[in-house]
Design a protein around this ligand. Structure first.
Ligand code: PXP
Length: 237
Protein backbone atom coordinates (compact mmCIF):
# COMPACT_ATOMS: atom_id res chain seq x y z
CA UNK A 1 0.00 0.00 0.00
CA UNK A 2 1.41 3.41 -0.90
CA UNK A 3 1.74 5.99 1.79
CA UNK A 4 -0.43 9.11 1.75
CA UNK A 5 0.96 12.63 1.79
CA UNK A 6 -1.67 15.34 2.17
CA UNK A 7 -1.23 18.73 0.58
CA UNK A 8 -2.93 21.24 2.89
CA UNK A 9 -2.38 24.38 0.77
CA UNK A 10 -6.13 24.81 0.29
CA UNK A 11 -6.68 25.26 4.01
CA UNK A 12 -4.47 28.33 3.73
CA UNK A 13 -6.28 29.33 0.53
CA UNK A 14 -9.52 29.63 2.52
CA UNK A 15 -7.75 31.65 5.20
CA UNK A 16 -6.27 34.01 2.61
CA UNK A 17 -9.69 34.56 1.02
CA UNK A 18 -10.26 36.87 4.01
CA UNK A 19 -6.64 37.60 4.99
CA UNK A 20 -7.48 36.32 8.43
CA UNK A 21 -6.14 33.67 10.80
CA UNK A 22 -8.59 30.83 10.17
CA UNK A 23 -8.64 28.06 9.23
CA UNK A 24 -5.11 27.42 10.43
CA UNK A 25 -3.12 24.93 8.32
CA UNK A 26 -1.20 24.01 11.48
CA UNK A 27 -4.39 22.60 13.01
CA UNK A 28 -5.30 20.90 9.74
CA UNK A 29 -1.92 19.16 9.62
CA UNK A 30 -2.46 17.73 13.10
CA UNK A 31 -5.89 16.40 12.16
CA UNK A 32 -4.46 14.75 9.02
CA UNK A 33 -1.70 13.15 11.07
CA UNK A 34 -4.11 11.93 13.75
CA UNK A 35 -6.23 10.37 10.98
CA UNK A 36 -3.20 8.40 9.80
CA UNK A 37 -1.56 10.24 6.89
CA UNK A 38 2.14 9.68 6.38
CA UNK A 39 3.34 13.16 5.48
CA UNK A 40 2.22 16.77 5.25
CA UNK A 41 2.85 18.60 1.98
CA UNK A 42 2.88 22.37 1.57
CA UNK A 43 3.92 24.62 -1.30
CA UNK A 44 5.59 27.89 -0.37
CA UNK A 45 4.95 29.88 -3.52
CA UNK A 46 6.81 33.04 -4.45
CA UNK A 47 3.60 35.07 -4.22
CA UNK A 48 2.66 33.43 -0.85
CA UNK A 49 -0.90 33.07 -2.11
CA UNK A 50 -1.69 30.39 0.48
CA UNK A 51 1.09 28.93 2.65
CA UNK A 52 3.33 31.62 4.14
CA UNK A 53 6.65 31.72 5.98
CA UNK A 54 4.95 31.58 9.38
CA UNK A 55 3.10 28.36 8.41
CA UNK A 56 6.32 26.76 7.22
CA UNK A 57 8.21 27.65 10.38
CA UNK A 58 5.49 26.42 12.75
CA UNK A 59 4.77 23.27 10.74
CA UNK A 60 8.47 22.44 10.83
CA UNK A 61 8.17 22.33 14.60
CA UNK A 62 4.78 20.61 14.90
CA UNK A 63 4.59 18.02 12.11
CA UNK A 64 5.27 14.61 13.59
CA UNK A 65 5.24 12.55 10.37
CA UNK A 66 7.32 14.15 7.62
CA UNK A 67 7.19 17.65 6.19
CA UNK A 68 7.47 17.74 2.40
CA UNK A 69 7.98 21.24 1.01
CA UNK A 70 7.03 21.80 -2.61
CA UNK A 71 9.11 24.63 -3.96
CA UNK A 72 10.57 26.26 -7.04
CA UNK A 73 14.29 26.25 -7.75
CA UNK A 74 14.50 30.00 -7.16
CA UNK A 75 17.50 30.92 -5.04
CA UNK A 76 15.45 32.91 -2.48
CA UNK A 77 13.11 29.95 -1.86
CA UNK A 78 16.03 27.51 -1.70
CA UNK A 79 17.58 29.74 1.00
CA UNK A 80 14.38 29.57 3.06
CA UNK A 81 14.25 25.78 2.72
CA UNK A 82 17.91 25.50 3.74
CA UNK A 83 17.14 27.54 6.85
CA UNK A 84 13.94 25.74 7.88
CA UNK A 85 15.06 22.26 6.79
CA UNK A 86 11.91 20.31 5.88
CA UNK A 87 12.38 16.53 5.77
CA UNK A 88 11.95 16.64 2.02
CA UNK A 89 11.93 19.24 -0.73
CA UNK A 90 9.99 18.52 -3.90
CA UNK A 91 11.17 20.76 -6.70
CA UNK A 92 8.34 21.90 -8.96
CA UNK A 93 8.01 24.42 -11.80
CA UNK A 94 6.16 27.56 -10.79
CA UNK A 95 4.42 30.18 -12.89
CA UNK A 96 2.80 33.21 -11.34
CA UNK A 97 -0.43 33.04 -13.34
CA UNK A 98 -1.16 29.35 -12.86
CA UNK A 99 -3.94 28.08 -10.57
CA UNK A 100 -1.89 25.04 -9.62
CA UNK A 101 1.36 23.38 -10.75
CA UNK A 102 0.75 22.85 -14.45
CA UNK A 103 3.35 20.34 -15.56
CA UNK A 104 6.44 18.56 -14.40
CA UNK A 105 9.78 20.26 -13.92
CA UNK A 106 11.74 20.39 -17.18
CA UNK A 107 14.85 18.77 -15.72
CA UNK A 108 16.50 18.43 -19.16
CA UNK A 109 16.23 22.16 -19.81
CA UNK A 110 17.06 23.46 -16.34
CA UNK A 111 19.61 20.83 -15.36
CA UNK A 112 22.20 23.37 -14.18
CA UNK A 113 19.74 25.32 -12.02
CA UNK A 114 18.23 22.14 -10.59
CA UNK A 115 21.73 20.85 -9.79
CA UNK A 116 22.56 24.07 -7.92
CA UNK A 117 19.35 23.91 -5.84
CA UNK A 118 19.92 20.21 -5.23
CA UNK A 119 23.48 20.75 -4.01
CA UNK A 120 22.40 23.45 -1.56
CA UNK A 121 19.51 21.39 -0.17
CA UNK A 122 21.51 18.18 0.14
CA UNK A 123 24.24 20.03 2.04
CA UNK A 124 21.58 20.77 4.67
CA UNK A 125 20.55 17.10 4.86
CA UNK A 126 17.22 17.58 3.04
CA UNK A 127 15.94 14.72 0.86
CA UNK A 128 15.16 15.99 -2.61
CA UNK A 129 12.50 14.83 -5.04
CA UNK A 130 11.80 16.14 -8.55
CA UNK A 131 8.23 16.47 -9.79
CA UNK A 132 8.42 15.21 -13.37
CA UNK A 133 6.12 14.23 -16.20
CA UNK A 134 5.95 10.50 -16.98
CA UNK A 135 8.59 11.00 -19.66
CA UNK A 136 11.70 8.88 -20.28
CA UNK A 137 14.05 11.80 -20.92
CA UNK A 138 13.00 13.66 -17.76
CA UNK A 139 13.48 10.58 -15.62
CA UNK A 140 16.87 9.82 -17.16
CA UNK A 141 17.93 13.45 -16.58
CA UNK A 142 16.77 13.20 -12.95
CA UNK A 143 18.86 10.08 -12.45
CA UNK A 144 21.91 11.89 -13.91
CA UNK A 145 21.52 14.48 -11.15
CA UNK A 146 21.80 11.81 -8.48
CA UNK A 147 18.43 12.64 -7.03
CA UNK A 148 16.79 10.68 -4.14
CA UNK A 149 13.35 10.31 -5.67
CA UNK A 150 10.94 11.50 -8.32
CA UNK A 151 7.24 12.30 -8.09
CA UNK A 152 5.45 11.31 -11.27
CA UNK A 153 2.90 13.88 -12.45
CA UNK A 154 -0.48 12.15 -12.72
CA UNK A 155 -2.36 15.22 -14.01
CA UNK A 156 -2.88 14.07 -17.61
CA UNK A 157 -4.23 10.73 -16.36
CA UNK A 158 -6.54 12.51 -13.92
CA UNK A 159 -7.84 14.91 -16.57
CA UNK A 160 -8.29 12.32 -19.35
CA UNK A 161 -11.61 12.92 -21.10
CA UNK A 162 -12.27 9.34 -22.16
CA UNK A 163 -11.35 5.78 -21.28
CA UNK A 164 -8.86 5.32 -24.14
CA UNK A 165 -6.92 8.41 -23.11
CA UNK A 166 -7.14 7.43 -19.44
CA UNK A 167 -5.67 4.00 -20.16
CA UNK A 168 -2.87 5.35 -22.31
CA UNK A 169 -1.92 7.91 -19.63
CA UNK A 170 -2.00 5.17 -17.01
CA UNK A 171 0.37 3.11 -19.18
CA UNK A 172 2.73 6.08 -19.43
CA UNK A 173 2.72 6.38 -15.63
CA UNK A 174 3.38 2.63 -15.24
CA UNK A 175 6.30 2.79 -17.70
CA UNK A 176 7.75 5.85 -15.95
CA UNK A 177 7.49 4.15 -12.55
CA UNK A 178 9.23 1.07 -13.92
CA UNK A 179 12.02 3.10 -15.54
CA UNK A 180 12.62 5.13 -12.39
CA UNK A 181 12.59 2.04 -10.17
CA UNK A 182 15.05 0.23 -12.44
CA UNK A 183 17.34 3.25 -12.21
CA UNK A 184 17.25 2.93 -8.43
CA UNK A 185 15.08 5.98 -7.76
CA UNK A 186 12.31 6.03 -5.18
CA UNK A 187 9.00 6.87 -6.79
CA UNK A 188 6.03 8.92 -5.59
CA UNK A 189 3.07 10.14 -7.64
CA UNK A 190 0.49 12.85 -7.49
CA UNK A 191 -1.62 15.67 -8.92
CA UNK A 192 -5.30 15.56 -9.74
CA UNK A 193 -5.87 12.30 -7.86
CA UNK A 194 -9.39 11.87 -6.48
CA UNK A 195 -11.52 9.32 -4.65
CA UNK A 196 -12.69 8.18 -8.09
CA UNK A 197 -9.38 7.82 -9.95
CA UNK A 198 -6.83 6.96 -7.25
CA UNK A 199 -7.28 3.19 -7.29
CA UNK A 200 -5.39 2.37 -10.50
CA UNK A 201 -2.43 4.50 -9.47
CA UNK A 202 -2.39 3.04 -5.95
CA UNK A 203 -2.20 -0.43 -7.53
CA UNK A 204 1.11 0.30 -9.28
CA UNK A 205 3.64 -1.54 -7.19
CA UNK A 206 6.74 0.39 -6.11
CA UNK A 207 4.92 3.73 -5.95
CA UNK A 208 5.85 4.63 -2.40
CA UNK A 209 3.68 7.65 -1.73
CA UNK A 210 0.71 9.43 -3.26
CA UNK A 211 0.45 13.17 -2.68
CA UNK A 212 -3.10 14.44 -2.76
CA UNK A 213 -4.54 17.85 -1.94
CA UNK A 214 -7.54 19.29 -3.72
CA UNK A 215 -9.82 16.28 -3.58
CA UNK A 216 -9.27 15.53 0.11
CA UNK A 217 -9.60 19.14 1.25
CA UNK A 218 -12.71 19.59 -0.93
CA UNK A 219 -14.36 16.53 0.60
CA UNK A 220 -13.37 17.67 4.08
CA UNK A 221 -15.51 20.79 3.70
CA UNK A 222 -18.54 18.51 3.57
CA UNK A 223 -17.65 15.49 5.69
CA UNK A 224 -14.86 16.76 7.94
CA UNK A 225 -11.09 16.44 7.52
CA UNK A 226 -10.66 13.36 9.72
CA UNK A 227 -13.23 11.38 7.74
CA UNK A 228 -11.93 12.61 4.37
CA UNK A 229 -8.40 11.43 5.24
CA UNK A 230 -9.55 8.06 6.57
CA UNK A 231 -11.70 7.42 3.48
CA UNK A 232 -8.73 8.08 1.20
CA UNK A 233 -6.47 5.82 3.30
CA UNK A 234 -9.04 3.04 3.01
CA UNK A 235 -9.24 3.48 -0.77
CA UNK A 236 -5.50 3.38 -1.39
CA UNK A 237 -5.08 0.31 0.79
N1 PXP B 1 2.15 16.91 -6.10
C1 PXP B 1 2.64 18.11 -6.51
C2 PXP B 1 4.08 18.18 -6.87
C3 PXP B 1 1.83 19.26 -6.57
O1 PXP B 1 2.34 20.43 -7.01
C4 PXP B 1 0.48 19.16 -6.15
C5 PXP B 1 -0.37 20.39 -6.14
O2 PXP B 1 0.10 21.30 -5.21
C6 PXP B 1 0.02 17.91 -5.71
C7 PXP B 1 0.86 16.80 -5.72
C8 PXP B 1 -1.40 17.72 -5.27
O3 PXP B 1 -2.24 17.92 -6.35
P1 PXP B 1 -3.82 17.97 -6.10
O4 PXP B 1 -4.09 19.17 -5.26
O5 PXP B 1 -4.38 18.06 -7.47
O6 PXP B 1 -4.18 16.69 -5.39
Amino acid sequence: MPKLGINIDHIATIREARHTVEPDPVWAASICELAGCHSIVIHLRQDRRHINDRDLEILRKTVRTRLNLEMSILSEIVSIACKVRPDQATLVPEKRAELTTEGGLDVCRYKGKVATALRRLKRRGILVSLFVDPNQKQIAASKDLNIDSVEIHTGLYANAKNEIKRRSELDRIREAVQQATELGLRVNAGHGLTYQNVRDVALISSVEELNIGHSIISRSVLVGLDRAVREMLTLIS
